[in-house]
Design a protein around this ligand. Structure first.
Ligand code: UDP
Length: 241
């Protein structure tokens, strides 16, 4: 078995990754598939944190459109949605024997811990998967930015950005059979060309923190483990040569 390329990783998964195809809400089969992928990496002795989105339940900008709900309130609703997802991921991981903690950027003491950086790092060192909920705790940004922020704070070696396809392509691979996968991009290329892989603020923060981003398909079995072992399929984004 090759030596793992990374020792501490942060996985960003959108709320969409927790529901069945073309559905909203939360799906047990999707949760278990995610947990099994994570367990393969936990079993390598890798420290893992997870940032979950909330788009399968609420997105602030969407819910506030044509509605009496203020946009700021909508964003708080979105952050609360990520807490719902986080505790769903927690129970699923624990159902297959993976110890976890949920830490939230918004205080919800009866449900989970609040985010305390040093405590999060301690949990990781003890082999617990730490699930970060409520994004940054601030409205008007998304959980991509929350993921970059937490990755920088816990000094993750890489930010894994889960998508439904095998990385970044020259065109949409779902609709365009000629689309080819890009093995490597620089942070500047992603920002300058506005490739929309993650929020620009998230990419910028990873660049400034020197944390590479690896875009991968979590629905490809064992791919996250393969990425950690340096042989997975996806697109690496870093500072370049
Ligand atoms: N959100 C926010 N601040 C944050 C993170 C999230 O206000 O730091 C809100 C925002 O409205 C966002 C929603 O929570 O649309 C759900 O998060 P996101 O859209 O990132 O979920 P995903 O698309 O990853 O499922």
């Amino acid at each position: 078995m090759p030596e793992p390329k990374y020792r501490r990783i942060l996985l960003k998964i959108s709320g969409e990754g927790l529901c069945a195809a073309d559905q909203s809400g939360i799906d047990g089969t999707a949760l278990l598939a995610l947990a099994e992928q994570l367990k393969l990496v936990v079993d390598l002795g890798i420290e893992i944190c997870v940032v979950v989105g909330g788009g399968n339940i609420v997105r602030g900008s969407v819910i506030a459109k044509d509605s009496p709900i203020e946009e700021t309130t909508g964003h708080y609703m979105g952050m609360l949605a990520t807490v719902i997802n986080a505790i769903a991921v927690q129970d699923t991981l624990e159902s297959i024997g993976v110890p976890t903690r949920v830490q939230s950027a918004l205080a919800i003491d009866r449900v989970c811990e609040k985010f305390i950086r040093r405590r999060a790092i301690r949990h990781l060192e003890k082999g617990r998967v730490v699930i970060f909920a409520a994004g940054t705790g601030n409205p008007f940004v998304t959980t991509d930015t929350g993921a970059a922020l937490r990755a920088a704070e816990v000094r993750a070696d890489v930010l894994l950005k889960a998508t439904k396809v095998d990385g970044v392509f020259t065109a949409d691979p779902v609709t365009n059979p000629d689309a080819t996968r890009l093995e490597h991009l620089t942070f500047n290329e992603v920002i300058d060309k506005r490739l929309g892989i993650m929020d620009v603020s998230a990419v910028d923060l990873c660049q400034r923190s020197g944390i590479p981003i690896f875009v991968l398909n979590l629905r490809r079995e064992g791919n996250m483990r393969d990425v950690v072992l340096g042989k997975g399929i996806g697109t690496l984004i870093d500072g370049g040569a």
